[in-house]
Ligand binder design. Structure first.
Ligand code: TNX
Length: 569
């Protein structure tokens, strides 16, 4: 690529979005509200599962009953045996062995069931056969082929028995148990039941090890409470990575003790000029630990060498001129990168990455690397090399957006594909980046697939979506579901792919309702792409399972987009 820096189409489009919004507001038009007919926001208490809302305009669809065929992501295999198991006030959850970790998984399950059942289901240590009517979670006798995340669930009229080789497998099996119960189980208040499950056996394991979501907390800040709610919802669909985009032009969101202005000054605003916010190191640790209790690894990103205006506002010495830029609260990018030839830049990065690595138990640190304007290719390549070395010196692996594959990558470094899939709309510069990606893959680099025209949750569903952008095209529920990561880029095949990730950029998303509206239901499709064998995925079949999940999302109070592609009950 002859210095292939391009002005990304999303940057051009963002300015248009906000100019449009400003002029509409000036006319008194509530342009930022989603159309009422599309927003589904109900509290758990207002929609009892036994009395789902009906729309007389829609034909009654064929909805599979809660059962073996009702799980998202679809399990690798299931066999129904035609009977039923009934959860009762006498049901106990047995764990074996009774380690703290298994007791915590048992307690988590009890915590998911008790609000809706009204029972006081408790966790017991087991030695010997668990009592009739119980749910048992066990690590003994598991087939090692179940791997790190797989499980086997056997339901008979007398017992629910979940076995896995590792605790994570039990946690994912617990999500399946929740989904095999009627949708009212997800309510925060007592529901009528009965709490019946179909009998049979599910043997299940993940297709990909990396099943991720990304949240941009830099363009708009999201509180610890918001992030932990998102974590809970992601866990329900067996997602196991949450990538936090912690810094960008508009805000720096993580306290760094050696460079306090980053948050004092760089964290104070967000897009639109409203007050921003940041996570103290204690807040960040709260998020990390909460995620860990849901078997989700936090992947922190500090974007560099571009998208750094907030850092440069806080510390002008990070620019080549030494002059502080103005705070940036629009949605494009001022495009001034870190000064790659100054020593202080690397002193800064050693401190930032050092503190971040010490706070992060997960193995990976995301170094951004995207959309760098006004820097030569040799400078960029050299910068990526130096930053990879800093990450490695702190005992971590580096991940970067796919542009980093222009540089020589260390073994263990990971590239995240995001540009449009190759095709008629791919620019020459994007194609050049993809050639570099294919080259890196041929030398052993692993890839996370986040193609913008399929996996980007900030893109509008269709022309009627009030929130979001369109630079990568409209992404309806079908488009978000109907693709296979292993056949998207010639030269990047199943063995090269660590997994998938759905980024949620927040230029246009101000709060949790906005976030949920764009993420749900598309993130369920991404979760299934990451988990389910490709041969078990079919849009026409998935549509029915997704429809049956509508009442679950309602019971959870999720402000999802009730797309007309789906025949919701
Ligand atoms: C591109 S994807 C970006 C982000 C924007 C996003 C908006 C990537 C690596 N960079 O800075 O927020 O598009 O869709």
């Amino acid at each position: 690529m002859a210095c292939g820096w391009f002005l990304p189409s999303h940057l051009l489009q963002l300015s248009t979005f906000f100019l449009g919004a400003v002029s509409l507001v000036a006319c008194g038009n509530p342009a930022s509200l989603p159309p009422a007919s599309m927003a589904v926001s109900t509290t758990a208490a207002s929609v009892p599962a036994s009395a789902p809302a009906t729309n007389p305009m829609q034909a009654t669809p064929q909805i599979p009953p809660p059962g073996m065929d009702n799980v998202i992501p679809r399990p690798a295999s299931e066999v129904a045996t035609g009977g039923t198991f009934r959860l009762s006030a006498d049901t106990a959850i047995h764990v074996e062995p009774a380690t703290d970790e298994l007791k915590a998984i048992g307690q988590y399950l009890a915590g998911q069931l008790n609000p809706a059942t009204g029972y006081a289901t408790r966790v017991q240590a087991t030695s010997g056969a668990p009592a009739r009517g119980s749910i048992s979670l066990s690590l003994s006798g598991a087939d090692p082929a179940l791997g790190d995340e797989g499980y086997e669930l056997t339901i008979t009229p007398g017992q629910v028995r979940l076995v896995a080789a590792q605790p994570a497998g039990l946690f994912y099996g617990v999500q399946t148990i929740r989904q095999l119960l009627p949708p009212g189980i997800d309510s925060a208040s007592v529901q009528p039941g009965p709490w019946v499950m179909q009998t049979g056996t599910i043997t299940d394991a993940a297709r990909f090890a990396w099943r991720g979501a990304m949240l941009d907390v830099a363009r708009h800040f999201f509180s610890v409470k918001d992030v932990t709610r998102y974590i809970d919802l992601l866990a329900y669909y067996k997602i196991n990575r949450l990538h936090l985009h912690l810094s960008d032009d508009q805000g720096w969101r993580l306290q760094i003790k050696a460079w306090p202005n980053l948050t004092a000054s760089g964290g104070s605003l967000e897009v639109g000029g409203t007050p921003g916010g940041y996570y103290s190191q204690a807040d960040y640790t709260t998020i990390v630990n909460y995620a860990r209790s849901r078997y989700i690894t936090i992947v922190p990103e500090i974007d560099m060498p571009g998208h750094v205006n907030a850092a440069q506002v806080s510390y002008p010495e990070l620019t080549c001129s030494g002059i502080a830029p103005l705070p940036y609260t629009a949605t494009s990018s001022p495009g001034i990168p870190l000064c790659v030839n100054k020593d202080i830049t690397y002193a800064f990065l050693e401190n930032v990455i050092g503190e971040l690595a010490a706070l992060t138990p997960g193995p990976t640190i995301h170094i951004g690397g995207d959309e760098v304007q006004s820097m030569s290719r040799p400078d960029y390549i050299n910068f990526v090399k130096r930053v990879q070395a800093i990450v490695a010196a702190n005992g971590k692996q580096a991940i970067g957006w796919e542009e980093i594959s222009q540089s020589e990558l260390l073994p263990g470094s990971i590239a995240q594909h995001w540009n449009l899939a190759p095709g008629p709309y791919t620019t020459a510069a994007q194609q050049a980046v993809q050639q570099d990606l294919i080259q890196a893959v041929s030398q052993g680099t692993k890839v996370i697939m986040s193609p913008a025209d399929k996996a980007y949750l900030d893109q509008k569903y269709d022309a009627n979506t009030a929130l979001g952008l369109t630079w990568a095209g409209y992404i309806n529920v079908e488009t978000a579901y109907n693709w296979d990561p292993a056949t998207l880029i010639p030269g990047v095949t199943e063995k090269d792919i660590l997994g998938v990730e759905a980024p949620l950029w927040s230029e246009t998303l101000k709060d949790m309702d906005d976030l949920e509206y764009m993420a749900f239901p598309r993130i369920l499709g991404l979760a299934e792409i990451g988990w389910t064998p490709q041969a078990r995925r079919d849009w026409n079949e998935y549509k029915l399972r997704l429809a049956a999940h509508g009442p679950r999302l309602e019971a959870l109070g999720v402000h999802f987009y009730a797309s007309q592609e789906i025949a919701w009950p």
